[in-house]
Design a protein around this ligand. Structure first.
Ligand SMILES: O=C(O)CCC(=O)C(=O)O
Ligand SMILES: [Fe+2]
Length: 274
């Protein structure tokens, strides 16, 4: 995967733009991602695990039309598509296992979350962070929490990912470990578990000399899932801390906000906090 990613990003911008995303084809290549409205120092290639992936056509409440996200595969490198599809299949199996373990850790049956994943909206991202001449002025990815359920991340040996330690607010480097994945709990598990699990804030520093590659797998539920604290985990003594929200609407609102710098802050789960 990493070899294919290196080869893909090593091509000219003109070549990469052949699979560039736009407002109609939402997945593909782009070099203009924003985190909280600030441009990140990286380029990206996204693909979804399900073909096609179904999502709401509009972020607006009340508009029911559904659209398909279809992958755009580049001609070069020729092995990229197969490597990506095989990777996605294996990680999907791992993700279900991890969700099973998380369910059990909450005292729930291992298959508790499976019903939310029938038409899942999982996508995989190939990240390339080029060397940055002014590393103190830029971030690879600005500080954020992953909005999906679970992220399974593979990173190369360069390093740069930092997580915010809760006890003292310090940013701590996540040291690269060969052949290991980093598992991040996202906002949805925080809501499902009614804050028993917490999503972790993280960011990516850039490097002045070395480029860096990483591959997050974002395990997200079906678009029509209403995300809310699980009934089994709430009662009158422990009431739900969030109002239900529609995952698909949340997702396409976020995707839309990536095309332009907005005046408003991004949609966040705390907007649904009771
Ligand atoms: O590149 C990384 O290590 C993490 C990227 C990330 O946090 C993200 O894409 O959400
Ligand atoms: Fe992230």
């Amino acid at each position: 995967m990493e070899r294919e990613a290196r080869e893909f990003f090593g091509q000219s911008l003109e070549e990469k733009k052949k699979v560039r995303r736009d407002e109609k084809r939402v997945v593909g290549y782009y070099e203009t991602e924003h985190t909280k409205n600030v441009r990140d120092w990286k380029e990206v290639f996204d693909f979804t695990v399900k073909e096609p992936t179904l999502v709401p056509a509009s972020p607006k409440d009340g508009e029911e039309a559904i659209m398909e996200w279809n992958n755009q595969w580049p001609e070069y490198p020729p092995g990229l598509r197969e490597a990506c599809e095989e990777y996605a299949q294996e990680l999907e199996k791992l993700a279900y296992k991890l969700m099973g373990l998380i369910a059990q850790s909450l005292g729930l049956p291992a298959n508790r979350f499976d019903e939310y994943y029938k038409d899942h909206t999982t996508f995989v991202r190939l990240n390339h962070y080029p060397p940055c001449p002014a590393p103190h002025l830029a971030l690879g990815v600005g500080r954020h929490k992953d909005s999906g359920a679970l992220t399974i991340l593979s990173q190369d040996d360069v390093g740069g990912l930092e997580v915010k330690r809760k006890s003292d607010g310090e940013w701590v480097l996540v040291k690269p470990i060969p052949d290991a994945f980093i598992i991040n709990v996202g906002d949805i598990i925080q809501v499902w578990s009614n804050d028993t699990y917490e999503s972790v804030e993280h960011r990516v520093m850039v490097n002045s000399k070395k480029e860096r590659f990483s591959i997050p797998f974002f395990f997200n539920p079906s678009h029509y899932v209403m995300v809310q604290p699980l009934k089994e985990l709430t009662d009158e003594h422990n009431p739900p801390k969030y109002r239900p929200y529609n995952w698909g609407k949340f997702l396409v609102t976020r995707k839309g906000s990536n095309f332009k710098k907005l005046d408003v802050e991004n949609l966040q789960i705390y907007h649904f906090r009771i």
